[in-house]
Write a protein that binds this ligand. Structure first.
Ligand SMILES: [Fe+2]
Ligand SMILES: [Fe+2]
Length: 180
C-alpha cells in the first residue's frame, strides 16, 4: 500500500539519500538550499519515528532492544546534524562531516527497514498504518520546503532555523494530532 506509514518513511529514506547526493555535488546557493532541505526532512523524519514508530515497536516482543539501538543512532546523527548546521556548507571540514553523517544516516535507515519496520507491521493493521502516515504528513506540514521570499515569519524562522527548532515544531504537530 502506497499510503501506509512504512511506505512513507521508506520513501523519505530515498529522498534523504537523494538530498545527500545533491548537497555533495552542488555549490553556492544551490548547495545551501539543498542542505536546508536535508535538515528539514531529516529533522521531521526522525522526530516522526521517535514520536510514532518507536513507542509502537516497544509494545512488541523483542522491540525494546531494537528501538534502543535506533535511538542511539538517531542521537548521534542529531548531534552531527546540529554541528553541520552551525558550521554551514561553506565551512572548512563540512564535507568530511557530511560524508560521515550520510554514512551514519543511511546505515541507520537500513537497520530500521530490516529490523524495526517489520515489528511495526506485525503489531498494526493496515488501517492503523495508514492513519499513522497522516500524522507524519501533519508533521511535515510545519516545515514547508523552499518557500518564497516574504512568507509569514514563523514558517520562515523554522525553515532558516536550527534542526532543534524544526524538531520542536514537528513534535508539537504530532502530539496535537495524537491528542497528547
Ligand atoms: Fe530514524
Ligand atoms: Fe528513518
Amino acid at each position: 500500500m502506497a499510503n501506509d506509514v512504512i511506505t512513507l518513511l521508506e520513501q523519505q529514506h530515498q529522498e534523504i539519500r537523494r538530498l545527500f547526493g545533491e548537497v555533495e555535488r552542488t555549490k553556492g546557493d544551490e548547495r545551501k538550499d539543498a542542505f536546508r532541505e536535508l535538515v528539514r526532512l531529516l529533522s521531521v523524519h526522525e522526530t516522526a519515528e521517535e514520536e510514532l514508530v518507536h513507542p509502537e515497536v516497544r509494545k512488541q516482543q523483542g522491540g525494546d532492544p531494537v528501538v534502543d539501538a535506533r535511538v542511539g543512532e538517531e542521537h548521534r546523527a542529531k548531534e552531527l546534524l546540529s554541528t553541520l548546521d552551525e558550521l554551514g556548507p561553506d565551512a572548512e571540514g563540512f564535507d568530511t562531516l557530511l560524508l560521515q553523517l550520510r554514512d551514519d544516516v543511511l546505515a541507520h535507515a537500513e537497520h530500521e527497514e530490516r529490523e524495526e519496520f517489520p515489528l511495526l507491521r506485525r503489531g498494526n493493521d493496515q488501517k492503523r498504518l495508514e492513519a499513522m502516515a497522516e500524522t507524519v504528513k501533519a508533521a511535515e506540514a510545519v516545515a514547508p520546503t523552499r518557500p518564497h521570499p516574504g512568507v509569514e515569519s514563523a514558517a520562515a524562522n523554522v525553515l532558516a532555523g536550527a534542526p532543534a527548532a524544526v524538531m520542536d515544531r514537528a513534535r508539537d504537530a504530532i502530539r496535537k494530532v495524537l491528542g497528547r
